[in-house]
Design a protein around this ligand. Sequence first.
Ligand code: RIB
Length: 307
Amino acid sequence: MSDIVILGIFVADTAYRADRQPKMGETILGTSFVLGPGGKGSNQSVAAAMAGGKTSIITRLGKDAFADIARATWAKAGVTPHVTEDAESYTGAAYIFIENATGNNAIIVAAGAAGRISVEDVEANRALIEGAKVFITQLEQPIPAARRALEIARAAGVRTILNPAPAAPLDDDLLALCDIVTPNESETESLTGLPVTTLAEAELAADALLARGVGACLITLGERGALYRDRTRSVHVPVISAGKVLDTTGAGDAFNGGFAVALTEGRDVIDAVRFGCATAGISVTRPGTAPAMPSRAEIDALLACGS
Ligand code: RIB
C-alpha cells in the first residue's frame, strides 16, 4: 500500500534548447538536446518519492526502450509501478522546447500507450487507490479514467487532487470530486474563461472554480509563487528560490509531488504549499523534469534557510 497514489502518464522527454522556436516551415539550430524521463504523472510520482512519500503510479506502457527508461526511473526514485503493458501501442514521447534566455518551455505530448489508460485499468487498482492518503491525477490520460479514479478515492475518503494539465473542458460533477485543484495560470484561464495576470484576478478565478464545486483551488503562479483559496481562507505563498532558474519544465510536477507528501505528513495545507514551493524552487535550478527533483534533505535545507 502507498500513502500517495498517482494516476498518470510516463513519456520520454526529448528536450531541445534554442534561442527561440522555429516558425512554420523554418529550420533553426538548437544549442543542446537531452533525452530523459517525463510525463506529468511520472514526474509527480518521482517528486513525491524523492521528497519521502511512499508513492505508487498507475499507468500504461508499451513494450519498448522508452518503457525501460520508465522502469529504471521509478526504481531509482523508489516509486512502486502498477503498469498495464500494452503491446499494441508504444511508450509515448514529448517534444520540449526550452528557451535559452528564460528557461521557459513549450511542450507537445504524444501519450502513446498511456493515452489508452482505461476505466478497467483503474478498477484493477481499486484497492490501491482506496488505501491511499492522497490521490493525484492530471489530464494527460483519458478523462473517463481520471473520473473513475477520483470517484473511487472520494468514496473511500482519500484526499483528491486534480492537476488539470493540460487544460481541458471539465464538467462540474468531475470538479466536485476534487478536494484540491492545482492549475497554473494558463490552465486557470482555460478552465474559467477569466484572465489571470494579477493576484486579484487569480483570486476571482479561484472563486469561479470554488463555485463549480472544487473544495479548494491552488493556483501555481510561476515566479509569483502560489495562491491557495478555499471557502474560509485565501493565502498567497511567494516563490521559494534556490538559485538561478535554468529550466522550468516539470516545476508544476515538483510542486504537486512535494505538496502531496507534506499533506500525507499531516501538515497544515499552507505549510504543505510552502513545501511544494520549495520542491519546485529547487527543481527549476536543474535541467530536465524527473532528474531535477530534489531529495528530502535538500527540501528541508531550503525551508530551514528561509525560516
Ligand atoms: O510537466 C512537464 C511534463 O509535461 C513533461 O515531462 C512532458 O512530458 C509533459 O508531460
